[in-house]
Ligand binder design. Structure first.
Ligand code: AMP
Length: 218
């Protein structure tokens, strides 16, 4: 099995699991959120307007996302498989994704839903801190992965920062968007017999269950 789509509310752990899968299986991690944040860091009108959209927690217009994703899927480093994270976010995008896959000659693979209670998600989001240099992530609210020194990365000593959209208000918008727009994908992919459901609370358990799915589909 080569390609995985994670359907998950914000902070359900898809980033952490993706990192582990990349290390172990050589998959590439394609996060539309990361691609868009990268585009938003450009110091021009487009970059600035994108930055505003991302900070609000609302979805970016489809056409921008499709173009960016297609460009990424056409790169020739995806032979070992890829993890798609943050896309598709709604039924339109899921239907468009079928067309994009045809265009770029890639397979859908399996779809994994990471099911996590809302209160846990909110703490993970509001408490999340990221290293500005090596990208390591920490949390100051959950008691898991607390940085030893306030605001400083344990691994490389650089400053930690908080993503613009990692606040309570943005979490509410992102969670509601997930329930209203992304959740219907579960039914969409269930009907195609490609969906797996995981209770994602403890990262180690989640990783174990994801690996079972990978092995079953090999
Ligand atoms: P994420 O890192 O996946 O939480 O995404 C961060 C933000 O990027 C989202 O709140 C949206 O504004 C934007 N974004 C990421 N993926 C998509 C997508 N598939 N469609 C529209 N907007 C997206």
């Amino acid at each position: 099995m080569r390609n995985i789509i994670f359907i998950a509310p914000p902070a359900a752990g898809k980033g952490t699991i993706s990192e582990k899968l990349m290390d172990k299986y050589g998959y590439k991690h394609i996060s539309t959120g990361d691609i868009l944040r990268d585009m938003a860091s450009r110091d021009d009108e487009f970059g600035h307007s994108l930055k505003g959209m991302l900070a609000s927690g609302k979805l970016v217009p489809d056409e921008i996302v499709y173009e960016a994703l297609k460009r990424r899927l056409l790169m020739n480093d995806l032979e070992s498989g890829f993890i798609l994270d943050g896309f598709p976010r709604n039924l339109n995008q899921a239907r468009e994704y079928d067309k994009i896959l045809d265009e770029v000659g890639k397979k859908l693979g399996v779809v994994i839903y990471l099911d996590t209670p809302k209160d846990i998600l909110e703490k993970r989001i509001v408490g999340r801190r990221i290293c500005s240099s090596c990208g390591a992530t920490y949390n100051i609210l959950t008691g898991i992965n607390t940085p030893k020194k306030d605001g400083i990365c344990d691994k490389c000593g650089s400053q930690l920062y908080q993503r613009d959209d990692d606040n309570s208000e943005s979490f509410k918008t992102r969670y509601e968007t997930f329930i209203n727009q992304t959740y219907p994908l579960i039914d969409f992919y269930k009907k195609r017999n490609v969906l797996y459901n995981i209770d994602s609370i403890n990262p180690d358990d989640t990783m174990r269950k994801v690996e079972e799915i990978i092995n079953d589909n090999d």
